[in-house]
Write a protein that binds this ligand. Structure first.
Ligand code: HEM
Ligand SMILES: *[C@@H]1O[C@H](CO)[C@@H](O)[C@H](O)[C@H]1NC(C)=O
Ligand SMILES: CC(=O)N[C@H]1CO[C@H](CO)[C@@H](O)[C@@H]1O
Length: 527
């Protein structure tokens, strides 16, 4: 024992005596000074949780990142800095901060980062959703405004909407014959997919098998492509955050994205071929017709075939899941809150009566129905995170320095569900949107279900009309109730994170007719 101690002390003395000791001390001192100096003069980053080496703050995201981040904001505030693997990120969780990045600094934050989905699935970002700021982005946005989502074009699809909703109601009422419950979420998925594809491609494609490049039939039906895509795109692709692991393709996401792109490509190639062979009557063009016949812009630019395909992928994937989710959550809330359902139906009876179907022209006179849908876009928020953005230059937010190339997450869910900005946020209360003394103003950025700034959802008007029209007809034509033994509080409002929030359990309802029988007969609804 004494021997060992002596030995150690001896070594210590040796070290103490050597000039290496002095050099070592000097080096450590210098390092401390440099770090301190950088702290003083380097970028002053926003606060945020401790970042682990290599993985950074990835563990803080958890499986429900929209809620984890909302929880973290209580400690670190509405502007938070995180390191997601190798990606420097800021997280925005208040209306004031949202206004800063979506309006005041929109020119800095309107670009999108390069991700594996953008690179692999969208042919190196030749679509709108993933396009960086540049000429293609401008051309595609202009196409949305001038050719695809014009009021006239939206009006043109009124017949499709009407047909689809009527068919849905017929199917629902038939399934519920004899008081049997129907599973609404599954029914919505089918119907929506088909009818959106009708607007885009002029045909329903449900049940259609995709083909392989050699023409043989693939096992996957076309509607599975959007579902699988949403799973991959809504999850974490490891290679995006830890690029050195990308070659391993953990989970096989990249390989799956490639396969899905190929299957989608074969499908779109045949759709485009079919459309090239025909000349649609004016006023009956679908989106493919419109995109194929776009005139060149001032500089003579036209969309290439790859760009048309990627854009159609966007519109298909951006439109189906969001619209289904947008119809599902208001319906679920109305099943949880029979008192509001009753009020919506009373409004319909007063404005429309029971002797004819609701028409889209009735919607402006149905404020309570519309407020109900608005409130259901708040809680829960169908699209919890706005699509990711990236800064084009270094900037300052709230006095903090944000370097160029920083990723931006706007947690719309948090903004919609924080008690700082909404009174009793967990309460479902459509009247929030009807209070003339305290209106929810667009320029306050406390209500952003469709995003904001130059990246705001181009499908907003079209989607809102669709959802309103759907729910107006459904609630007008059908009385809804829960399966026996279930009370409203039993309706599970649990949601799991993804590009859109998905319900964790199925919604089962029983529908019965509530209008005069002649109305169903005239509308061609077989009971
Ligand atoms: C209830 C339905 C919908 C909701 C809640 C919704 C929500 C959103 C949100 C939050 C964004 C991101 C905005 C941002 O980054 O600030 C977005 C972008 C987008 N949406 Fe929608 N959307 C819906 C329906 C649709 C439909 C029906 C279409 C087209 C058929 C569509 C096409 C797009 C496209 C192409 C973008 C990307 C725009 C860009 O990056 O410039 N959306 N949507
Ligand atoms: C968020 O905080 C609440 C209450 O403090 C807690 O019950 C919940 O588990 C937290 N959720 C997540 C995902 O961190
Ligand atoms: C217009 C249109 O395509 N309607 C379809 C909507 O979805 C239902 C349910 O799948 C189909 O039966 C309709 O043909």
């Amino acid at each position: 024992m004494v021997e060992v101690m002596h030995d150690t002390l001896g070594k210590f003395a040796d070290l103490y005596g050597s000039y290496w000791y002095y050099i070592g001390t000097a080096a450590v001192g210098l390092l401390v000074l440099v770090l301190f100096y950088r702290k003083l003069t380097g970028p002053k980053l926003p606060p945020g949780p401790f970042a682990w080496p290599v993985i950074g703050n990835i563990p803080h995201m958890g499986t429900q990142p929209h809620i984890s981040l909302l929880n973290l904001s209580k400690k670190y505030g509405p502007l938070m800095y995180m390191q997601l693997g190798s990606v420097p990120t800021i997280v925005i969780q208040s209306p004031e901060m949202a206004k800063e990045v979506l309006r005041t600094q929109d020119h800095i934050w309107a670009s999108r980062p390069l991700t594996i989905v953008g690179e692999v699935f969208f042919y190196d970002r030749q679509d709108l959703l993933f396009a960086p700021i540049g000429p293609l982005f401008k051309l595609l946005r202009r196409t949305c405004v001038n050719s695809l989502f014009t009021p006239k074009r939206i009006q043109q699809f009124q017949a499709v909407r009407k047909e689809m909703i009527t068919l849905f109601i017929q199917k629902l009422l038939q399934e519920c014959k004899g008081g049997k419950p129907a599973t609404v979420d599954n029914m919505l998925k089918e119907t929506n997919f088909n009818n959106i594809s009708k607007i885009l491609y002029g045909k329903s494609y449900y049940g259609l098998k995709t083909k392989n490049v050699d023409g043989s039939l693939n096992a996957r039906e076309f509607h599975e492509i959007p579902e699988l895509w949403a799973k991959v795109a809504g999850g974490v692709i490891v290679g995006d955050y830890l690029p050195f692991l990308r070659p391993l393709d953990i989970g096989g996401c990249e390989a799956l994205l490639k396969t899905l792109r190929e299957e989608f490509n074969v499908f779109l190639t045949s759709v485009i071929e079919e459309h090239r062979q025909r000349v649609p009557a004016p006023g009956t063009e679908d989106f493919v017709d419109v995109l194929l016949t776009l005139p060149a812009d001032d500089q003579g630019h036209r969309l290439t075939e790859i760009q048309i395909k990627s854009f159609l992928q966007d519109l298909t994937l951006g439109g189906i899941d969001t619209t289904t989710t947008g119809i599902f959550w208001p319906l679920l809330q109305l099943m949880r809150h029979p008192e509001h359902r009753k009020k919506v139906q009373e409004e319909l009876d007063v404005v429309v009566g029971r002797d004819r179907l609701v028409d889209e022209s009735d919607l402006p006179r149905l404020p309570y129905l519309r407020a109900t849908i608005k409130e259901a876009f708040r809680v829960p928020t169908a699209v919890p995170f706005l699509a990711p953005r990236e800064s084009l230059e270094a900037c300052k937010i709230a006095g903090y320095d944000i370097p160029k190339g920083t990723r931006l997450i706007v947690n719309a869910y948090a903004i919609h569900n924080s008690p700082e900005f909404w009174l009793e946020p967990e309460k479902f209360d459509p009247d929030r949107f009807l209070d003339p003394k305290n209106p929810v103003k667009h320029d306050e950025y406390k209500y952003i279900p469709f995003g904001g700034g130059r990246r705001m959802c181009p499908g907003m008007d079209s989607a809102t009309l669709f959802v309103e029209s759907f729910l107006a007809r459904l609630l007008h034509c059908c009385d809804l109730s829960l399966p026996e033994g279930m009370i409203p509080q039993d309706v599970d409002s649990g949601a799991s994170f993804g590009v859109t929030l998905a319900p964790t359990t199925s919604l089962r309802v029983i529908a019965t007719p509530r209008l005069t029988l002649k109305v169903y007969k005239d509308a061609g609804i077989a009971l």
